[in-house]
Design a protein around this ligand. Sequence first.
Ligand SMILES: Nc1ncnc2c1ncn2[C@@H]1O[C@H](COP(=O)(O)OP(=O)(O)OP(=O)(O)O)[C@@H](O)[C@H]1O
Ligand SMILES: [Mg+2]
Length: 428
Amino acid sequence: MKETAFQALTVETLAERLAPISAVAEHVGGAQENWKVREVGDGNLNLVFIVEGARGTVVVKQALPYVRLVGDSWPLPLKRSFFEYHALTRQEKRAPGRVPAVLYFDEAQALIVMEYLSPHIILRQALIKGQELRQVAEDLGLFMARTLFRGSDLHMEARERKADLALFADNTELCDITENLVFTDPYFEAPMNRHTPELDALVAELRADRDLKVEAQRMKHLFASKAETLVHGDLHTGSVMVTKEDTRVIDPEFAFYGPISFDVGMLLANYWMAFFSQRGYEAGGSRDAMRAYLLEVIEETWAVFRAEFARLWHTERSGMLYHRSLYEDQGDYLGAEQALNHILRDIWTEMLGFAGVEIHRRILGLAHNADFETIEDTELRASCEAAALKFGRHLAVNRHALQSLREINHLAQALDNGFVSVRKEAEE
Ligand SMILES: Nc1ncnc2c1ncn2[C@@H]1O[C@H](COP(=O)(O)OP(=O)(O)OP(=O)(O)O)[C@@H](O)[C@H]1O
Ligand SMILES: [Mg+2]
């Protein structure tokens, strides 16, 4: 684009402004007058357009100097697009084929032109519809292990890793959103919070829960200080697009150097919330099979993550940490195994804490998720949310004492089966 001052794209101006860019024009094809441009409405922060031409279709994502959904009363820097671009290129290198291909990036215009994923749909929507996707657990387990291992000092050359740490350290405003909206606001009556009214009594109980508030802040402390690897930073089921055979991860604008466990915990939390929301969708038939599927996905995702992380530990541990000269080169295979077990144990306990907090913030904070929100009967929704809130509290507070996902999933089932009307509970 010729102009350098930032200018927001519109459906009317997009074709004219993007046609001079050969990477875009070649991909879309045909005369610019014939390009069909439409805006996708479901993002909260940015503009997203789909541009269709004679040869192909692309997605154009542009940041705005504010939050799209709220307007200029909530400023947010354009540079989030820069972090999204750099995260996408690193993720493609570390876990090839799992993110949309980037065709063009313009830093001043804060825009990314990328591959149009079709016929993919957002994973969250698929789960609400009751679709059982067989590929997603393996794909995302591998994606997380590969991106998180290969972005850390376990694998990267120290100088390169420190340069990336510095590059992403500037993503302060998006980290600030997570720091406040995820870890703090849900635990007091912050102005932007909202919750289903039938939950009032339980919400008051949770906000008075000292152990929970301490654990939430310990998780925030970890989030802010454990700069282990390049995390996606917003890896929920709304950031994944799927078909039966393919899984892609989109929207890494929250990327920064944080704990390995953060992405894993956030993703599993969103599967657990999908699990607890199923009761809201049983008017059209039982969701028993879907519930069983979701718990299997949780177990398989973690198992795949763990196995791939261990494989990379043995085959790609080329960074400055746990150097092979201390272990394998001396024939000390047990030493390498011992160190790996400590790391996986830390990821496990942290991951459970992040999952608990993620569940809470989606029910008590500003950004709710469609799994619960599209349950129209608020009493029914509150009952689903109440079980999830109790489950989240258990994860966050007792994470050091929890041994296996089987045990945790049994607890989720018990909470879900002990379905009691929240209103009745509050009246008792
Ligand atoms: N590469 C793509 N191919 C097809 N559709 C896409 C692609 N990227 C984004 N979309 C669509 O656009 C929507 C918004 O994209 P994205 O989540 O990146 O925007 P955002 O403004 O960052 O949203 P959020 O509020 O989740 O942060 C997605 O939910 C999806 O429907
Ligand atoms: Mg986003």
